[in-house]
Design a protein around this ligand. Structure first.
Ligand code: CTP
Length: 404
């Protein structure tokens, strides 16, 4: 599974560093190439000699190599790796990673790394619980770093609680599962809609909604990270997908979104329509700015229906295509979502209920239920939208495999 994978291990100053040689052995046994960078204080806990012997490569902890007089490029190392695993990650290093402080070689590699970063914290329970540390961990997760949660148990301080670095075997399994997932959508063409649509009233006004586009963008990022060939049709949004391998098609109106989806759908394996599309648009768009009439206290705008993009592709879809919709409900969530699932002839629907805190348009978290065509409902906890995206991808994967 790991044959040929290039894994960069970053070791920081924590007693748990003594366990890392075991992780190196597990990775090497599976065929991975392993290189190690250490902070200066990590050397107090495990020797560079042990690690360079196990990896058959020099261990780096400085940009300048005094023995050879040469410069170790942090940029090159960051480009070399398929995955950068920082374990153990001390509270100090996590704080510097969060704020972009680059006062040692490991941190310069972190700041220039192009590959995903996994981190496994290790520290005393009070340091772990401290709001500063919790904030840093949360920020790193939001930026896409993969978190290996510490376990609970006896700590080096003699105290007992959360903060113990996860065992090397578990970190190794997490690394394997990262690479398994990374590949599982390779070769699949995925089409995603996200964000709001704006329906023009006149040259300066429009009808829109509060969607930020984040949920669909997280789904697009997750598919791209798992090897898919992703096209994202995105309504007006301030968020960038931040992945070079996403084909981004910015649109404004429901009609433009419809046209882009219809053009791509025939070549699509999986379509996820998460956009908050306007259901109605002004019947006509005024060519000039509409002026106030001083004699009228009311103004009437005639609206006409937009095309339902999801229903159109649901009706056209072939057996080998999977179509997933979203349902945003404020009441009778499950009943309404099931109705949409069947009337729009789709495979799966993701229900968000707007009437609870932490859920909806402007939040970074979401709580969803996923319902499949055969009316099986799975409820998920409130979590960051990037984790909800992974749940959506897992459900689609299971659904596709259950059809084979
Ligand atoms: N949708 C779409 N085109 C539209 C309207 C909705 O593709 N013109 C899609 C959305 O992207 C979403 C699903 O249909 O995947 C459900 O959208 P939602 O707004 O919850 O429901 P509607 O079908 O618009 O019904 P209602 O507004 O009555 O709840």
């Amino acid at each position: 599974m790991l044959t040929g994978k290039k894994i960069l291990l970053g070791i920081t100053g924590s007693i748990a560093a003594y366990k890392i040689p075991l992780l190196v052995r597990l990775l090497k046994k599976e065929g991975a190439y392993v290189r190690v960078v250490m902070t200066p204080s990590a050397k107090d806990f495990v020797t560079p000699l042990t690690l360079s012997t196990l990896t058959s490569s020099p261990v780096l902890s400085h940009g300048f190599d005094e023995h050879t007089g040469s410069w170790n490029s942090h940029v090159e190392l960051g480009l070399w790796a398929d995955l950068f695993v920082i374990a153990p990650a001390s509270a100090n290093t996590l704080a510097k990673m969060t704020y972009g402080i680059a006062d040692n070689y490991l941190l310069t590699v972190f700041l220039s790394a192009k590959c995903p970063v996994m981190f496994a914290p290790a520290m005393d329970l009070d340091m772990y619980k401290h709001p500063a540390t919790q904030h840093n961990i949360k920020t790193l997760i939001e930026r896409g770093c993969i978190f290996v949660a510490p376990s609970s148990g006896e700590l080096a301080s003699g105290l007992c609680g959360e903060g113990r670095m996860e065992e090397p075997q578990k970190i190794y399994e997490k690394i394997k599962s990262y690479f398994q997932k990374k590949l599982r959508y390779s070769g699949k063409k995925v089409l995603i809609t996200a964000g709001p649509t704006y329906e023009a009233i006149d040259p300066v006004r429009f009808i829109g909604n509060h969607s930020s586009g984040l949920m669909g963008i997280e789904i697009a990022r997750a598919f791209a990270d798992q090897g898919a060939d992703v096209t994202l049709v995105l309504g007006p949004s301030n968020i960038s997908p931040e992945r070079k391998n996403i084909n981004l098609l910015p649109v404004t109106s429901a009609k433009e979104m419809y046209d882009s989806v219809m053009a791509f759908f025939p070549k699509t394996d999986i379509a996820i329509l998460s956009a908050a599309v306007a259901d109605f648009k002004p019947e006509t768009v005024a060519e000039q700015k509409i002026k106030k009439n001083p004699d009228n206290d009311t103004f009437t705008l005639k609206l006409v229906k937009t095309d339902d993009i999801l229903k159109n592709i649901g009706d056209r879809k072939k057996d080998n295509q999977v179509v997933v919709g979203f349902a945003l409900e404020t009441e009778n969530g499950l009943t309404n979502a099931k109705k949409k699932l069947h009337t729009k002839n789709i495979d799966m629907i993701v229900l968000n209920q707007m009437n609870e805190s932490g859920v909806g348009f402007k939040t970074k978290t979401n709580r969803v239920s996923i319902i499949t065509k055969d009316d099986v409902v799975t409820d998920y906890d409130l979590k960051p939208k990037n984790e909800v995206a992974l749940d959506v991808l897992d459900s689609i994967y299971q659904y596709i495999n259950s059809k084979i």
